[in-house]
Design a protein around this ligand. Sequence first.
Ligand code: ZN
Length: 162
Amino acid sequence: MVDAVVVEALAVRTPSGQAQVRLLPPPTVSCELARAISLWLDTSLQPLARGAFTRELTALRVGGGHECRRRNRQTQGQLSEHATGRALDIFAFQIGDEKQGGVAVSVERPNGLEQVRFLDAVRQSACGAFMTVLGPGSDAAHANHLHVDIQQRRAASSRFCQ
Ligand SMILES: [Zn+2]
């Protein structure tokens, strides 16, 4: 993998200045993906979190990518974008400080309508920020996380969003 970086946290703008969103555990991704995530956090995720919960997004629980290293866990076939650092799996969104009444919104088990709506909005915004977005309802391999990647598709317009 060329130009890979370990992303521990990304900066986002908040009404009171700047804040950091941590990625737990820190994933190794390509610089290009790190930039895409950074932009998405700043322009979409953080405003969505603030709108839904009146708190800041503080962390993303992410996967190392072993879940879908080969597409849908086939033993053969095309390597997924995880093998090249161009994909990220997100399992939960930490809103606010855990010790001060913050909540973790689980992709697999959202708690209440407010969290369901937040996840819907997050997924919709991801469709504009990444090339591929998969999650619960897409297929069995993605029932518990949101998969985003920046794979270049043959036609620039053929985003894959389920
Ligand atoms: Zn994935």
